[in-house]
Design a protein around this ligand. Structure first.
Ligand code: HEC
Length: 129
């Protein structure tokens, strides 16, 4: 059986519609950031305060020897946590680790911003094949 010209056009059309649908899902994931969190100013905070332990890509800094080591912020162990849990971890820190309480130097708004930036590491995780 031969495809008629019209069928071919239909196929191409639905394929591109499907493609569009998928790329829309991707865009939605990227924008699923905490309310009020601005990942652009969060990036600045991250670079100034978090990068020295967590590294430019969130996977930790080579050469830093901490026990326990800084959490891999791209890992699903971290990214699967709720926004509220991560907010509290950054706010209060973790006892007996190098992860300090940032509530003394960052406002709540700044913590939401830096968390929004930490969430962009999840987008990178999703982008992997
Ligand atoms: C002095 C080093 C250091 C700095 C600076 C630091 N962290 Fe951490 N961070 C750690 C360590 C170590 C852990 C792992 C603690 C553990 O083993 O659970 C951690 C864990 C975390 C976690 C994972 C918590 C969890 O749920 O397990 C998050 C999120 C995090 N840090 C975010 C940040 C952010 C955001 C900043 C900057 C505001 C920051 N950290 C600055 C050392 C640091």
């Amino acid at each position: 059986m031969r495809m008629t010209g019209r069928r071919v056009v239909l196929c191409v059309l639905s394929a591109s519609l499907l493609g569009l649908g998928f790329s829309n899902i991707g865009v939605k994931d990227l924008t699923a950031l905490p309310k009020g969190g601005d990942s652009v100013s969060g990036r600045e905070i991250y670079v100034n305060t978090c990068i020295r332990c967590h590294g430019i890509d969130g996977k930790g800094t080579l050469g830093i020897k901490l026990v326990p080591p800084p959490a891999d912020l791209t890992s699903s162990a971290v990214q699967d946590r709720l926004d509220g849990t991560l907010f509290r971890r950054i706010h209060e820190g973790k006892p007996n680790t190098a992860m300090g309480a940032w509530k003394h130097s960052l406002s709540d708004e700044e913590i939401w911003d830096v968390l929004a930036y930490v969430r962009t590491f999840r987008a990178e995780l999703d982008g992997q094949p």
